[in-house]
Design a protein around this ligand. Structure first.
Ligand code: PGA
Length: 256
């Protein structure tokens, strides 16, 4: 079984370096000695240098750093944007791509695709976030939405690079403060995503793919999603801002 991937998405939190340091230190502590789990922290851009500084000199650092977004160009006159190459220079390994909160601000599948390709070009690992909104679920078009998000998101990506992409299935309505998705409904969606990937890149790539679940994950429900290798990890928002909760998730993932 492959290592489980537990990714913290701090979103636009916390509000001070002092709090960020406290969180970093808690996550490092909670990840010590965990060898069946890869822990990643996607913190705001402004805390990445701090994260790096924090892990410097700690030889056996088990936590990897991630960003929550980036731009699709390498460099140039793009005021306010961050290049994946700049992220690579900060030792960032993962970048969230197409999170529903960014899609909600107007990012469409085409932009997500451009970003995903730029992340790969910089040698980083994109986490392609997909998932239907509540109204799409009610209208029973969730699978159509997922298919488009996956197909357009991966458009033009070489087949041998698709295996480097991590997919996070996050039904938008299940993101906190919503409730979590029923684990077997999430599994059905993830199998559908794998089927699409297998049509695009072949069965072997689809089988080896890491698919994560995201949406109100906590220490009490994580096992329901990772049981029997249903999901290969989780993308955790609110609970990742509470060190005890996040440590609980890492512990359970280690056992699961
Ligand atoms: P949540 O967020 O765990 O707070 O539901 C998940 C996400 O938005 O990635």
């Amino acid at each position: 079984m492959m290592k489980k991937l537990i990714i913290a998405n701090w979103k636009m939190n916390p509000q001070s370096q002092k709090e960020a340091k406290k969180l970093f230190s808690g996550v490092l502590q909670a990840s010590k000695g965990e060898n069946k789990v890869e822990v990643v922290v996607c913190c705001p851009f402004v805390y990445l240098p701090l994260a790096l500084e924090f892990s410097c000199g700690r030889k056996k650092i088990q936590v990897r750093w991630g960003a929550q977004d980036c731009f699709f160009e390498e460099k140039g006159a793009f005021t306010g944007e961050i290049s994946p190459f700049q992220l690579r220079d900060l030792n960032v390994r993962y970048v969230l791509c197409g999170h529903s909160e960014r899609r909600g601000l107007g990012e469409d599948d085409e932009v997500v695709n451009q970003k995903l390709k730029a992340i790969l070009a910089a040698g980083l690992c994109p986490i392609l976030c997909v998932g239907e909104r509540a109204e799409e679920r009610e209208k029973r078009v969730a699978f159509r939405v997922l298919e488009k998000q996956v197909r357009v998101g991966l458009k033009g990506v070489a087949k041998n690079k698709i295996g480097k992409v991590v997919i996070a299935y996050e039904p938008v309505w299940a993101i906190s403060p919503g409730g979590p998705c029923q684990p077997d409904d999430a599994l059905t969606a993830s199998l559908f995503v794998r089927k699409i990937i297998s049509q695009i890149a072949g069965k072997k790539t689809a089988k080896g793919l890491k698919v994560l679940y995201g949406g109100s994950v906590d220490p009490q429900n994580i096992e329901d999603f990772i049981q029997g290798d249903w999901f290969q990890g989780a993308l955790v928002g609110a609970a990742s801002l509470d060190v005890r909760e996040f440590a609980g998730i890492i512990k359970r993932a280690q056992l699961g």
